[in-house]
Design a protein. Sequence first.
Length: 177
Amino acid sequence: MSVTELTETTQFLTFVLDAEVFAVNITQVREVLDFTTITKVPRTPVFMLGVINLRGAVVPVVDMRKKFGIEKADKTIKACIVIMEITLDGETTILGALVDSVREVLELEPGQIEPAPRIGTRLKTEFILGMGKREEQFIIILDINKVFSADELALQQIPSNEVQLIETKDIGNVPSS
């Protein structure tokens, strides 16, 4: 979906990362949870915090600050996990996104949304649907389906050249019984 395809008023859930306000289409948001215990999973991308148990389902949780390269901050009581449905390779996937705080659900009309800025070729903005304007504030509207790819959410494989073998000389020092 592009900003030019928005022809009617759309509702967005807004959330904060650092001092910036981001938004995702409300139709992709399932629920907002208080911060909870996250189980770490080895060999995952840096931005992947781990998984949570959501009513018996295993849901991966990503740190949106890390994903966007925003400096790490201490978790506050306002930190929460936004549970979203995203489409990866044609399949719907449930994903949790750790954010600093959730602001509100707001409606934006097509006239309040401008295309993402194009600043040369070095800045990747393909995951930005557009820039919403509300009074004097800009809201970065994300195309959450483009923020993540199936490849980067998959568990990383251990390259065969990194597998360490036990050296036989160390085995020789084991006392016999």
